[in-house]
Every structure is written in C-alpha cells, then in structure tokens.
Design a protein around this ligand. Structure first.
Ligand SMILES: *Cc1c(COP(=O)(O)O)cnc(C)c1O
Length: 443
C-alpha cells in the first residue's frame, strides 16, 4: 500500500534542493573522516572536476558505441590504462561496469560460459571461494547457478592452498583469490592458486576491486606486494574498482581479461528482437555516460604521480594508525594487512563494546564477525584525525576492559552493526526481513 504519490504539481528547483539538503542532514559525516567505509574521496578540487566531467556526459548512454563514440573512447582507454597498470599484455581486453559486484558477476558468468564449451560434460559447475571472498561471488553463484565451494583461510586469513587443492573435483571450473580481501586486507596466495588453476586448465579470477588502484602504487613506494595481477601465469581475469581507490564517481569499475577470447564469454547478443539486433557487453542495458566519463577524467587528472602521492599519504596515515592501535593494551591487528584496509580485535575486552563506545564518540567503524573485529579502511580524509581517533580508542579500550572477549559469541555483525543471534541459521531470514523493512516508506 504505497502511501505516497508523485506530487500533482511540481516544486521549484530551490524547494527541491533545499528539501534534499534537509533530508541529507542525518547522513554519515564522511567529510570529517568519521566513517571508515563506503566513501572514497580524494579532495574537493578533484571532486568538482569529476562532477563537471560527469555532467558533460550526464545524458549520454554507453549502451550505444555508435551514437556516442566519445563514451566508447573513454571506456576503451580506461580499460587499456587499467590493464596496463595490472600487468595485462597487449592482448588484454575488458569492459567497464557499474561497480565491483557487476565486474565479479561478469567474471563468474564468463568463466561459466567458457567452461560450458571447454568442459561440456560438467553440468553442475563449482567454484572454489575463500570464505573471505566478497559476497558478490555468492551473489554470482546464486544468479548463475555455479556452486560455491568454501575454502578455509589460515591463521593469517589467507586462502588455504592445500585445502583448495583438496577441494578440486571434476566439476571445478573456477578458482578465486582476493588482492586484498575486504575483511582483513590481506592478499590471498595468488601465485599458488593460479598454479592450481593452470595445472587443472580451469579459470582463475583475482578480485582486486579494493586493491587494484592501490597496490601498484603501494608497491612502487617500496612496500612488499607479492605478484597478484595478470602478470601471474594462470590468472584469466581481474576486477578493479575505479570508484574505490581510483577515487572516481560511483558507478565505475573494470573487468579485465587476459585476452578478448575470454572476454567474449561475458557478452550478450540477441538477434530476434523486432527492435533490431541487440548486443550488450555487461549486465546493465543503459550505461551511465557520466560515470564512464568521470572515470576517464579521474585517471587523466591524477596520473601515476597523483595516485602515488595519494598512496603515500594514505599509507603514512595507515602506519600511524597501526602503530597507535598496536600500543593500546589488548588491541591486536588481525593478519598482515597489505595496504590501507585492516581489522583489529581485543584480548582484554569485548571488541563490540569498544565499537559502541567509539560510536558514542562519533566514530563509525564497521563491526565484523567470525572472528569479531572492527574494520578500518583508510582514505585521505583520515590524515587529519589520527590523533583524536587514537585518543578516543585508547579511552574506549580502557572503559571496555573486563567486558570479556567471549561475549562476542552469539553476536552477528549486520551492515556494520551488531545484533544478538541465537543461531546462524536464523541470520538469512533476519537479513531478508531487514531488507523488507528497509525498502519500505518510513512511518
Ligand atoms: C567493494 C568490493 C567489492 C564489490 O564492489 P561494489 O562496488 O561494492 O559492488 C568486491 N570485492 C572487494 C574486495 C571489495 O572491496
């Protein structure tokens, strides 16, 4: 029962925009560096330029490369520059997508269709997924009917290669590694996983949605980053988000394949429509010109030097945070984070209590589970808040001391929040209820 209709009379520009300013008033304060996920913002000046670039192609539609050769050029150049950055050779090919999830959906779909040709007897394909792999892979498994086979991680939260090898069956068509995985910011053993894929003749996808536009610069700054991209033999495809550490407008990611033959399995074509011959490179039909144009503008504007400078600043902030957290009694960093994303827990206090005390002080850190931890994703906005953040964290850890680390069992983290959960089997209906309630008008 929708209780709202389109207003019979339209409002003025001023009225609409002022209503929206008011509605936005309760949103998370990402500008002040108080949030630790969701927003990647380089600086005001660049944002203004990206908005201009977005506006210039606001109405254009990347669905038609014939009507809009500009978008075709932007996309092909963005893909080529990304492929070059990620170790792709001359034959590398890819497309832009609306985001990391779509890139991952496309990789799984391409691998499945490739496997249908290569292994025609496999009717129920399987993919090996480290438990830390992004939920978009499970979404892809669900959408495309590829069975996920869960690979455990070792004590350092890296995919367990021996376990992965033992889980191979005659139906395995795809294996996945993350560079890095979101929860702990650690890179899976990409070379070992790719070697397994190569030996079996199956597909290997690297999820560099988070790290694709960061790790190359972090490596150039001298940090030890293992080979993770298309330079690794056996890697067939890699996803990298421009709307994360590429700092462009939302709605921009890339999926790059070793060659155009692999990419072809991503495409969709339909010849029997009265509307004419139809071809679409990715999931979406209409593709926003603004997001494609802004992505091109971002790469051109930052350049390697700009991205290196940002990476230098972000890694410096990360080092200060890691050192500061390491000095707070009881707090521990989980695993060995490769870049600017990491998680920590406590052996002296309930980590969720620490998270709640911090939230009370205006710091919004995502709560994770299995194991319970708090998650930080560092961006340029955080350079200015390291000291007050660490001071509050020290106080919060002291205040929570003695709240018993074990109390975190039976708790689940949902959308960065925490809820008591009688058993994990109840979690999925609970999430679905949450979605039902969320996508409904507020009272
Ligand atoms: C963000 C992320 C994704 C999904 O990207 P969206 O743009 O949110 O769809 C996939 N993998 C990793 C590692 C990520 O961090």
């Amino acid at each position: 029962m929708p209780t709202m209709k389109i207003p019979s009379k339209g409002a003025s520009r001023e009225e609409v925009l002022s209503a929206m300013t008011k509605i936005g008033g309760r949103d998370a304060d990402w500008r002040g560096g108080r949030t630790w996920s969701l927003v990647y913002h380089a600086d005001e000046e660049t944002s203004a330029m990206l908005k201009d670039a977005y506006s210039m192609f606001f109405s254009e539609n990347g669905l038609s490369p014939i009507a809009f050769p500009s978008l075709r050029r932007f996309e092909n150049e963005v893909v080529a520059m990304t492929a070059h950055m990620l170790g792709g050779g001359e034959s590398a090919a890819g497309t832009m997508t609306s985001g990391g999830s779509e890139s991952i959906l496309m990789a799984v779909k391409a691998a499945r269709d490739w496997a249908r040709e290569r292994f025609p007897k496999v009717d129920r394909p399987e993919m090996l997924l480290p438990v830390t792999a992004h939920p978009a892979f499970f979404k892809a498994a669900h959408y495309f009917d590829v069975k996920p086979v869960l690979v455990p991680v070792d004590a350092g939260f890296r995919a367990n290669v021996a376990a992965a090898r033992a889980m191979l069956t005659g139906r395995t068509v795809l294996t996945v590694g993350s560079a890095p995985a979101y929860p702990h910011g650690v890179i899976d053993p990409i070379e070992d996983l790719a070697a397994i894929a190569k030996a079996r003749g199956i597909w290997m996808h690297v999820d560099a949605c988070l790290g694709g536009f960061m790790l190359p610069w972090v490596r150039r700054l001298g940090h030890p980053i293992p080979p993770f991209d298309l330079s690794v033999d056996g890697v067939c495809s890699i996803s990298a988000d421009i709307h994360k550490y590429g700092f462009s407008a939302k709605g921009a990611s890339t999926i790059i394949y070793r060659d155009a033959g692999l990419r072809r399995h991503q495409f969709f074509a339909w010849a029997d429509w009265p509307g004419g011959l139809y071809g679409s490179p990715s999931m979406t039909g209409t593709r926003p010109g603004g997001a494609i144009a802004a992505a091109w503008a971002a790469l051109m504007h930052f350049g390697e030097e700009g991205y290196l400078e940002i990476a230098r600043g972000v890694m410096d902030t990360t080092r200060r945070l890691l050192d500061g957290i390491g000095e707070i009694p009881g707090l521990r960093i989980l695993g060995e984070p490769a870049m600017s994303v990491f998680a920590f827990d406590s052996d002296r206090a309930n980590i969720y209590t620490i998270g709640e005390v911090m939230a009370g002080r205006g710091w919004h850190m995502d709560r994770q589970h299995m194991p319970a931890s708090l998650h930080l994703m560092v961006t340029p906005a955080h350079a200015a808040i390291v000291e007050p953040f660490l001071a509050d964290l020290r106080a919060a850890a002291a205040q929570a001391e003695g709240t018993g680390a074990s109390e975190t069992t039976g708790m689940a983290a949902i959308y960065g929040m925490v809820g008591a959960l009688p058993d994990r089997g109840a979690a999925v209906p609970m999430i679905l209820d949450f979605l039902d309630q969320t996508y409904a008008l507020e009272e």
